[in-house]
Write a new protein. Structure first.
Length: 81
């Protein structure tokens, strides 16, 4: 009597095949999403690094321009006893 189960089995196998295809598509989309998010985060981190580097450069210039001048070297007197 298994002959009569064939159409039902065929439909079940077809449904399982479609489910596997959908799962594979879902995994592919999830991986693509993670790659996109990672690339976006990397670009943002790179931009923040550039901003921080520029800030540091400007801060060093400001500190250097506000620093008091170095004291003059000590002078030696020409006449020593």
């Amino acid at each position: 009597m298994r002959v009569f189960q064939y159409p039902e089995r065929k439909a079940l196998v077809g449904a399982q095949d479609q489910l596997l295809d959908k799962r594979a598509l879902a995994v592919t989309v999830a991986v693509m999403t993670q790659v996109h998010v990672s690339r976006t985060r990397h670009a943002l981190a790179f931009k923040e690094y550039g901003t921080a580097s520029e800030f540091r450069r400007v801060q060093r210039r400001l500190v250097a321009s506000c620093a008091p001048p170095p004291p003059p070297p000590p002078t030696r007197s020409a006449s020593r006893p």
